[in-house]
Write a protein that binds this ligand. Structure first.
Ligand code: WQD
Length: 320
């Protein structure tokens, strides 16, 4: 197999590229470097700078590199930004996917791994969210991922394309400090930023119906996300049919649980201030992970502490 990884210079993509290279398959990265960074791309992969919306470029890359499968990670991924600029999200995430899928169909590339999200579920009212839990996404971002899954399911039915939809839960950590998340849009980096500035970490709501009153999420190490992509890619290469899988640990951590670990790892005082609830937050979003365990033989290997430790190492590297 030769894999094209879109968004392979980004935080998650760069981890996936490394993981795929472990199987010895050639990997080509397509990234517009809007948020990606060329220094993240493993030198064993070929980097092509450009957008999935550039059909001419995509067709040429598929042909010239003899691509046989695609891992599509390039996308916009900020929920708040998607509320402010929905057209941007529909263009980049939906139109981008259409352009890529059309080029794949034209060139006979029929294996596809799609980066989806727990944001497709919206506000699930269940203890563990399994892949059949009906979801109503709350943002254009979540919608763009669900629409992407629908589109690919039809491509499967109509054109014989096989797709693995991988729904990421709350991704954190880094395989090496250089590969750490540079965005400050999620709990762990947001807390690091405040603590380093001498400010109190903020907890968005302390009166949720959870054991300690704060929201519970399923945090999963980016190295585990990458390992799950590798397992999905291998399954497709081996002839497996398409499927939809959660990638999580199946274990919930509250905001206060995370802050406790942040305090231990950083040695900083992580005693938070509790502020207003944030719009659109669900009390609890934790993955059911049986399907990916049974279907791909995948189980997450890293715990919350390893996520916080590796995220902190990356943070310190960039904010000395
Ligand atoms: C986690 C928890 C906050 C910051 C989002 C997307 C989801 C996925 C991951 C891409 C929540 C609380 C946060 C802070 C806090 N993205 N929090 N204080 O909202 O679960 O998921 O990112 O696919 O689709 O929706 O992640 O990291 O923003 O928040 O109390 O300073 O931490 O309220 O409960 P979220 P998050």
């Amino acid at each position: 197999m030769t894999w094209l990884v879109t968004g392979g210079a980004g935080y998650i993509g760069a981890h996936v590229v490394r993981s795929l290279l472990q199987d010895g398959d050639p990997v080509v990265v397509l990234d517009d470097l809007s948020t990606g960074d060329r220094t993240r791309v493993d030198p064993a992969a070929v980097l092509i700078e450009g957008s999935v919306l550039d059909r001419g470029l995509v067709r040429r890359v598929l042909r010239e590199h003899g691509v046989t499968g695609v891992v599509h990670i390039a996308a916009k991924k900020q929920v708040g930004e998607s509320m402010a600029d929905p057209l941007l999200y529909y263009r980049e995430n939906v139109e981008g996917l259409i352009a890529l899928a059309e080029s794949c169909r034209e060139k006979g590339v029929d294996r596809f791994v799609f980066s989806s999200s727990a944001a497709t579920y919206g506000l699930p009212d269940v203890d563990l969210v399994d892949e059949d839990t009906p979801g109503v996404p709350l943002s254009p971002y979540g919608e763009s991922k669900l629409v992407g899954e629908w589109l690919l399911r039809h491509c499967e039915r109509a054109y014989g394309m096989r797709t693995m939809n991988l729904r990421y839960f709350n991704v954190a950590g880094a395989a090496t400090p250089e590969l750490g998340d540079t965005g400050v849009f999620n709990l762990i980096p947001m807390v690091f930023e405040r603590l380093q500035a001498g400010e109190r970490a903020r907890v968005f709501g302390g009166d949720y119906p959870t054991p300690d009153g704060t929201c519970v999420r399923d945090y999963v190490h980016v190295a585990d996300i990458a390992a799950a992509h590798r397992a999905a890619a291998r399954a497709l290469a081996g002839g497996a049919p398409g499927a939809t899988y959660n990638i999580g640990r199946g274990e919930g951590s509250s905001v206060l649980d995370v802050l406790r670990v942040v305090g231990e790892v950083t040695g900083l005082d992580a005693t938070p201030e509790v502020v207003e609830r944030r719009d659109g937050d669900s009390a609890r979003v934790v993955a059911a992970v049986d399907r990916i365990r049974d279907g791909l033989g995948f189980t997450a290997a890293h715990d919350l502490r390893s996520m916080v430790e590796s995220a902190w190492a990356g943070w310190q590297l960039r904010h000395p």
